[in-house]
Design a protein around this ligand. Structure first.
Ligand SMILES: NC(=O)c1ccc[n+]([C@@H]2O[C@H](COP(=O)([O-])OP(=O)(O)OC[C@H]3O[C@@H](n4cnc5c(N)ncnc54)[C@H](OP(=O)(O)O)[C@@H]3O)[C@@H](O)[C@H]2O)c1
Length: 329
């Protein structure tokens, strides 16, 4: 391979950013041990930030975003993987300051790679991708802190997004009653079909009363939104429940008293999918291949080409996507 096709984001002289598919030399890739021919790459909120020049995500341009990729090993200088082996590579620095999955090839360290679990296709792995992995990691951590289906329902916010959809489907599969909060009236039928018992409007998880504690309405929560949504989730969480904080599509900051923690024993759990140790990463992927494998994967997914990614990024930034968007190379 001397040249390959990649989505390239360039910083222009006046500080604006442009993006398009280009034919680039192999030297555009970093010189890591494992060269992978990408079959599928999934689109995430973080990729939309990287593609629009958000220096908190990607500092160096020209750059190829894409934190989620899977494909076939072409070459491994470390000797850990066989040519022809199907593998998954998500998070770590992929798509951030390492050229990412929106390309025909990636070059990554062997330590970042998970072999494709048995009973999972490459296509399924990317429909799930970082979104399902992160949602499953949240449930893994919640259960390690005592969360159980018998305690009551789990609320998922930003539910029609990638992580939210996967959280709904995984919780349902794991035996939980699932409440979903969404800003999209048109997503109600979709969320019920993938496992939600009830869908609430976003405003129901945005308490403005200023009261330090509220009557409990859920036994735990998975939050993609941050800000006052996270505050409301904590104030309305039942005794000894866990609230996993994943995302910040509204705000990164939040302001509240400590009463939910010291009077109700509520746990606030931080979820960092990018740097999870490999033993936990492999275990969570195995759960996704088996007992937590979401039903309705095809309903959660839509597909696009490499050329269609820029238009999809705009939809993500405007909160307009539903479920998971997967690019087929
Ligand atoms: N911690 C980690 O390791 C980790 C891993 C992956 C992703 N994340 C983060 O998780 C978040 C979700 O990622 P994603 O890929 O699922 O994004 P996404 O597909 O774009 O979904 C985000 C969803 O949030 C809701 N939303 C959008 N704007 C909102 C607003 N202003 N207020 C409230 N809700 C809003 C929308 O759902 P509704 O219309 O249904 O409300 C939207 O579909 C992002 O912040 C991402 O950076 C973190």
């Amino acid at each position: 391979m001397e040249k390959y096709r990649a989505l390239v984001v360039r910083e222009n002289e006046e500080g604006s950013f442009s993006k398009g598919v280009e034919l680039v030399d192999q030297g555009f890739l970093p010189a890591n041990d494992v060269l992978i021919k990408v079959k599928y790459a999934a689109l995430n909120y973080k990729d939309a930030l990287s593609a629009s020049g958000h220096k908190g995500v990607s500092r160096f341009y020209p750059h190829t975003p894409g934190v989620d990729a899977c494909g076939i090993v072409e070459e491994d200088k470390s000797g850990r993987f066989e040519p022809g082996q199907a593998v998954i590579c998500t998070s770590y620095d992929l798509g951030m300051n390492t050229k990412g999955g929106f390309a025909e090839y990636i070059s990554v360290p062997a330590e970042w790679i998970v072999p494709l679990p048995e009973k999972m296709s490459l296509k399924e792995a990317m429909i799930m991708g970082t979104a399902a992995y992160t949602a499953a990691l949240a449930l893994y951590k919640m259960e390690n802190n005592g969360q159980r289906p018998a305690m009551g329902p789990i609320m998922v916010t930003g539910a029609s997004g990638g992580v939210g959809s996967m959280a709904v489907a995984i919780l349902k599969k794991a035996g939980y009653e699932v409440l979903a909060s969404s800003g999209k009236q048109e997503a109600v039928g979709y969320l019920l079909s993938i496992g939600a018992k009830e869908v609430l409007d976003r405003s129901a998880v945005n308490d403005e009363s200023g009261r330090p504690l509220l009557r409990s309405e859920w036994a735990g929560a998975i939050d993609n939104v941050g800000g006052n949504t996270l505050v409301t989730l904590l104030k309305k969480c039942g005794r000894n429940g866990s609230v996993a904080t994943i995302g910040l599509v509204d705000r990164a900051e939040f302001d509240m008293s400590i009463y939910p923690f010291i009077l109700n024993g509520v746990n606030l759990l931080g979820i960092d999918s990018a740097e999870t140790p490999m033993n936990i990463r492999t275990l969570v992927w195995e759960k996704l291949a088996q007992e937590w494998r979401p039903d309705h994967l095809e309903e959660i997914a839509s597909f696009c080409s490499l050329e269609e990614i820029p238009a999809q990024m705009d939809l993500i930034l405007n909160g307009k996507t539903k479920g998971r968007v997967v690019a087929e190379m």
